[in-house]
Design a protein around this ligand. Structure first.
Ligand code: UDP
Length: 283
């Protein structure tokens, strides 16, 4: 089966990256998992109990959004961290729309947010360590998780600091618990660099960058109303509630312009090649 635009190399930053498979799709040269929450949880379980046949990458889970893809264009280390990660979910309507524009409706990707993963792991009773966010936020988030999911096991919490200076102390605290999954809330891309640096030294085999998930759970930052989330307007809600984030929202618009221009070029190329084939009678 040939995917639309598969021959168009222009949008791939790393031409060695396969552009689309049953499991993942490349957007701006970054592979994004296509499956939904159950596929992501399946892969997380495979990472928790790795065997040579199920090992699908590092134990790092990345909750991708347009900002990540734009950042990865400049940050080679981040690009490699994403490429090596065992799970790379699409946490952002922008990626869903981009996949449709670049590959067509038949090659859609599902949205899986950091909040979805946290809730699913808590509901399954997987021992969790909550790292990051402002002091006191993880404690409030843990209380909410345990209220919502009576089987949740929160085995430790620590605000710490995203910089390497705190690594040794944070590792010591995490390794003193029975945590199997570490939820890291240092925002992108700090949380992803933190995980890449520290996961090999942890007893826990999986770590997930969850961004603002603890703030949402603790009620520090209100989530956009459901209708706004469904219509991809979360960015607008954030802009109103947190106007200082305008620079980050601008990056999302730059992503949109880039994707639309690549899609337009692909359409033009495929239109012209169809016309040319007709004109030459397929010779
Ligand atoms: N944060 C932190 N240390 C840092 C930077 C961020 O603990 O050096 C926390 C911040 O308090 C917040 C979370 O990381 O709880 C990131 O939130 P944000 O909404 O910025 O996440 P993103 O938009 O990147 O998902």
């Amino acid at each position: 089966m040939k995917l639309r635009g598969l021959h168009a190399h222009s949008y791939s930053l790393e031409h060695s990256v396969p552009r689309a498979s049953v499991r993942a799709i490349a957007i701006l040269g970054v592979l994004v998992d296509r499956g939904g929450l159950s596929e992501a949880m399946e892969r997380i379980h495979a990472l928790l109990d790795p065997s040579p046949s199920t090992q699908v990458g590092t134990g790092q889970v990345i909750t991708l959004n347009p900002e990540y893809l734009m950042r990865a264009r400049q940050d080679a280390t981040l690009r490699h961290i994403i490429a090596a990660a065992g799970v790379r979910v699409a946490d952002g309507v922008g990626l869903i729309v981009a996949a449709r524009l670049l590959y067509g409706a038949n090659h859609s990707i599902a949205r899986v947010t950091g909040n979805d993963l946290v809730a699913a792991l808590a509901a399954e009773g997987v021992p969790l360590f909550l790292l990051g966010a402002a002091p006191g936020v993880a404690e409030d988030a843990a209380a909410v998780l345990m209220r919502r999911h009576p089987q949740a096991q929160i085995v430790g919490m620590w605000a710490g600091d995203a910089g390497p200076g705190d690594d040794a102390e944070t590792r010591r605290r995490i390794n003193a618990t029975d945590a199997r999954v570490v939820l890291v809330a240092y925002g992108m891309p700090k949380q992803d660099h933190w995980i890449a640096r520290n996961l090999p030294h942890l007893n826990a085999s999986v770590a997930i960058g969850v961004g603002g998930a603890f703030d949402y759970l603790a009620g520090r930052v209100p989530r956009a109303p459901a209708w706004m989330r469904v219509h991809g307007l979360e960015w607008f809600y954030r802009l109103i509630r947190q106007p200082w984030r305008w620079r980050r929202i601008l990056i999302v618009w730059q992503f949109a312009v880039l994707v639309v221009s690549i899609a337009a070029r692909q359409w033009a190329q495929s239109f012209l090649s169809t016309r040319f084939t007709r004109f030459t009678g397929g010779r």
